[in-house]
Design a binder for this molecule. Structure first.
Ligand code: NAG
Ligand code: NAG
Ligand code: NAG
Ligand code: NAG
Ligand code: NAG
Ligand code: NAG
Ligand code: NAG
Ligand code: NAG
Ligand code: NAG
Ligand code: NAG
Ligand code: NAG
Ligand code: NAG
Length: 545
C-alpha cells in the first residue's frame, strides 16, 4: 500500500488531512470501527466500484463517503451505506465517516487502478541490415500504469534481448544488438509487462506487432564478368556474370546489358555464389560495353568489359562448274566482306576486300582436287581466321590402263587366275570382258578357274555416260600336254625293253634257259610303276609357267 501513496490524487489527500485533523474522534465512539469495503481494491482504470461503509455501532448516524470521485448513494440500511463510484481513473484514498453515540468514527480504503498500455510499437527496422553491424531496436510505449510495475522487453523471436523499466510518456526503450546471417528473416518485437502480482493480480502482457529483419552481406570484390572480346554481328554468344560471397544470394537482383540493350538474364544461385547468364547478340558493328550490375540490400556492385561487334562475311569459295568436263576452263573465285583479306590456294590478294580468282584447264588429274581459301579479318589488333574449301570434279574417261591390263595372257588349263584389269573415269565406268564370237563374259579382278573353253580373244570394254573404251585381251589357254606323256612312256618302255634284253642276255649266258618265265612277269609290271613320276613332272611344269 505504501508504494501507492505517492500516486494518490491531490483532492483525495486534502480530504484525508481535513478529516484527520479537524474531526477528533470521541473516546466512546472509537470502540466501534467504520469498515470500508472493499479494502484497498485494485482494478482496471475507468471502471466503477461499489463501496460499502458499515459499522457495528447500534446508534450510527450520517454515514457518508468522502471522495473527490463522482459517487452516488445506492442503498443504505442500519449501520451501513453503499455508494457507487464511477469513472475511477487514478489511484485514490476514499474515506467513510459517520457518528456513533455522538462521536465521529472513520475508516478508509486505498483504491489502486491499473491500465494496460495504449500503444506498444517497435520502430521500423532498416529495410536491409548489413551483417556484422549493430542494429538499434527502439520501442515506444504509451500509457500503462502503474509505471513502477511496467517494464519493456525487446525480443528477437522468443529470445529476450533487453529488459528495461518504462520511463517517460511515451516511454522509449532502445537496445543495440549485433546482427548475423542468422538474423535474416528473424522477427523482432517489443513486449510490455505490467506486473500486478504484489497487488494480488497476475502479470499483464502487451506485445507490439513484429517486424522482420533482412540482413545482407556483399563482397568487396566486383562481379566476374565472362564475356567474349569479339562478337560477330547477328551471332549469339553467352555472357556470364559470377559473384561469390553474396548473402542472401537468392535476393540479389542482377542486370546484364550490352550497350544500352538489356539482356534477358537467367540467374542461378548455389550457396553464396550467384551466376547470371545471358545471350549477347548485336545487329550493328562497333564497340560496345557489357555491364553486369548486382544489387542487394540497396547496394550495388558492377563489372564492365569492352566488346567489339564485327562483321565477317565469307570466305565464299566458288567454282564456275562443280563438275567440269575434261579440257574445259574452270574459274575458282574466293570473296569475302570488306576489310577481309583472302588467300586462295596460297596466293593472297593485294589488299583486303578484293576477291581472289584463278583459272585452270580441267584435266583428269584435277578430279578430286581441293581448293582452299582462307580469310583473315583484323579486329582490334587481333586476327580472326576463316577457311573454306571446295572440291572440283572433272568428268573424263572412260579409260583402261594398258599397264594394269596385260593384253596377252598365256595360262594353263584347269588353273586358277585373276584377270587384272582396271578402268578409270568420272563417272566411274563399268568394265566387262566378253569373248569374241560367243559373248561369254569372264570375271575381272576375281579369281576363276581357267579351262580350254576360255581360249580366245576378249573385248574388255569400259563404259560410262561419257562413252566407251575397248581393249582386246588374248587369252591363250594351253590344253593338257597329251603328246608329252606317251613320249615319256615310250622312252621308258624302250629303256625297259633294252634293260630286259640286256638282262636276259646275261641270264641266258649264265643259266642257259631257266630265266624266260621270269622276264615276262617283270615286263608287265614296269610300265605301271613308271606312270607316277611322269604325272608329277607334268604338274611341276604347269606350276613353273
Ligand atoms: C453493507 O454491509 C452491511 C454489513 O456488513 C450489510 O448488511 C449490507 O447488506 C451491505 N450492503 C450492500 C449493498 O452490500
Ligand atoms: C437512508 O438515507 C436516507 C436519505 O439520506 C435517510 O433519510 C434515512 O434515514 C437513511 N436510513 C438509514 C437507516 O440510515
Ligand atoms: C452512549 O453514551 C452514554 C454517555 O455518554 C453512555 O451512557 C452509553 O452507554 C453509551 N452507549 C453506548 C452504546 O456506548
Ligand atoms: C493489451 O492487452 C490487452 C489484453 O491482452 C488488450 O485487450 C489490449 O488491446 C492490448 N493493448 C495494446 C495497446 O495492444
Ligand atoms: C556494437 O556494439 C558493441 C557494444 O554496444 C560495440 O562494442 C561494438 O564495437 C559495436 N560494433 C559495431 C560494428 O559498431
Ligand atoms: C526472355 O526469356 C524468356 C524466357 O526464357 C522469354 O520468354 C522472353 O521472350 C525473353 N525476352 C527477350 C526480350 O528475349
Ligand atoms: C573500354 O574502352 C574504353 C575506351 O575505349 C576504355 O577507356 C576502358 O578502359 C575500356 N575498359 C576496359 C574494361 O577495358
Ligand atoms: C558461282 O559462280 C557462278 C559462275 O561464275 C555463278 O553463276 C554463281 O552464282 C556463283 N555462285 C555464288 C554462290 O557466288
Ligand atoms: C588452257 O589451254 C589453253 C589452250 O588449250 C591454253 O592457251 C591456256 O594457257 C591453258 N591454260 C592453262 C592455265 O593452262
Ligand atoms: C584455317 O587455315 C589456316 C591455315 O591453314 C589454319 O592455320 C587455321 O587453323 C584454319 N582455321 C580454321 C578455323 O579451320
Ligand atoms: C570350263 O569352265 C566352265 C566354267 O568356267 C565350265 O562351265 C565348263 O564345263 C568347263 N569346261 C571343261 C571342259 O572343263
Ligand atoms: C587357241 O586359240 C588360238 C587362236 O586364238 C588358236 O590358234 C589355238 O589353236 C587355240 N588353242 C586351242 C587348244 O584350241
Amino acid at each position: 500500500m505504501a508504494t501507492i501513496v505517492p500516486s494518490v490524487s491531490w483532492p483525495g489527500a486534502c480530504w484525508t488531512l481535513l478529516v484527520c485533523c479537524l474531526l477528533t474522534p470521541g473516546a466512546q465512539g472509537q470502540e466501534f470501527l467504520l469498515r470500508v469495503e472493499p479494502q484497498n481494491p485494485v482494478f482496471p482504470a475507468g471502471g466503477s466500484l461499489l463501496v460499502n461503509c458499515s459499522t457495528d455501532c447500534p446508534s450510527s448516524k450520517k454515514i457518508i463517503l468522502e471522495t473527490s470521485l463522482s459517487k452516488e448513494l445506492v442503498d443504505n440500511g442500519t449501520g451501513w451505506a453503499a455508494f457507487q463510484l464511477s469513472d475511477v481513473t487514478g489511484n485514490s484514498r476514499i474515506l467513510c465517516s459517520g457518528y456513533c453515540n455522538g462521536s465521529q468514527i472513520t475508516g478508509f480504503s486505498d483504491i489502486t487502478v491499473y491500465s494496460l498500455p495504449e500503444r506498444v510499437e517497435l520502430a521500423p527496422l532498416p529495410s536491409w541490415q548489413p551483417v556484422g553491424q549493430n542494429l538499434t531496436l527502439r520501442c515506444q510505449v504509451e500509457g500503462g500504469s502503474p509505471r513502477t510495475s511496467l517494464s519493456v522487453v525487446l525480443l528477437r523471436r522468443e529470445e529476450e534481448l533487453s529488459r528495461q523499466p518504462a520511463v517517460g510518456e511515451p516511454a522509449e526503450v532502445t537496445a543495440t544488438v549485433p546482427t548475423s546471417r542468422k538474423d535474416h528473416g528473424a522477427h523482432f518485437s517489443c513486449r510490455t509487462e505490467l506486473d500486478m502480482k504484489p497487488q494480488g493480480l497476475g502479470v499483464f502482457w502487451n506485445t507490439s506487432a513484429s517486424r522482420q529483419l533482412r540482413t545482407f552481406a556483399l563482397p568487396v570484390t566486383p562481379p566476374r564478368l565472362v564475356a567474349p572480346r569479339f562478337l560477330e554481328v547477328e551471332k549469339s554468344s553467352p555472357v556470364n556474370c559470377i559473384l561469390d560471397g553474396l548473402f542472401p544470394a537468392s535476393e540479389a537482383r542482377v542486370y546484364l546489358a550490352l550497350g544500352d540493350q538489356m539482356l534477358n538474364v537467367t540467374v542461378t544461385n548455389h550457396g553464396d555464389r550467384l551466376t547470371a547468364t545471358a545471350t549477347a547478340r548485336a545487329d550493328q558493328e562497333g564497340a560496345r560495353e557489357i555491364v553486369c550490375i548486382v544489387i542487394l540490400g540497396g547496394e550495388r556492385l558492377e563489372a564492365r568489359e569492352n566488346l567489339t561487334v564485327f562483321s565477317f562475311l565469307g570466305p565464299i569459295l566458288n567454282l564456275s562448274d562443280l563438275s567440269a568436263p575434261e579440257g574445259s576452263t574452270v574459274t575458282v573465285s574466293c570473296m569475302a566482306g570488306a576489310r577481309v583479306q583472302v588467300t586462295l590456294d596460297g596466293v593472297a590478294t593485294a589488299a583486303p576486300g578484293q576477291p581472289a580468282q584463278l583459272q585452270l584447264n580441267a584435266t583428269e588429274s584435277d578430279d578430286g582436287r581441293s581448293f582452299f581459301c582462307s580469310a583473315t579479318l583484323e579486329v582490334d589488333g587481333e586476327f580472326l581466321y576463316r577457311n573454306s574449301s571446295v572440291q572440283l570434279r572433272v568428268l573424263y574417261g572412260p579409260k583402261i590402263d594398258r599397264a594394269t591390263c596385260p593384253q596377252h595372257l598365256k595360262w594353263k588349263d584347269k588353273t586358277r587366275h585373276v584377270l587384272q584389269c582396271q578402268a578409270r573415269g568420272n563417272p566411274y565406268p563399268q568394265l566387262r570382258c566378253l569373248k569374241e564370237g560367243s559373248n561369254r563374259e569372264v570375271p575381272v579382278g576375281i579369281p576363276f578357274f581357267v579351262n580350254v573353253t576360255h581360249n580366245g580373244t576378249y573385248q574388255c570394254q569400259a563404259s560410262s555416260s561419257r562413252g566407251k573404251y575397248t581393249l582386246l585381251v588374248v587369252m591363250d589357254i594351253e590344253a593338257p600336254n597329251s603328246p608329252s606323256v606317251p613320249v615319256v612312256l615310250a622312252v621308258l618302255v624302250i629303256v625297259g625293253v633294252v634293260t630286259v634284253v640286256v638282262a636276259l642276255m646275261y641270264v641266258f649266258r649264265e643259266h642257259k634257259r631257266s630265266g624266260r618265265y621270269h622276264v615276262r612277269q617283270e615286263s608287265t609290271s614296269l610300265p605301271l610303276t613308271s606312270m607316277q613320276p611322269t604325272e608329277a613332272m607334268g604338274e611341276e611344269l604347269s606350276r613353273a609357267e
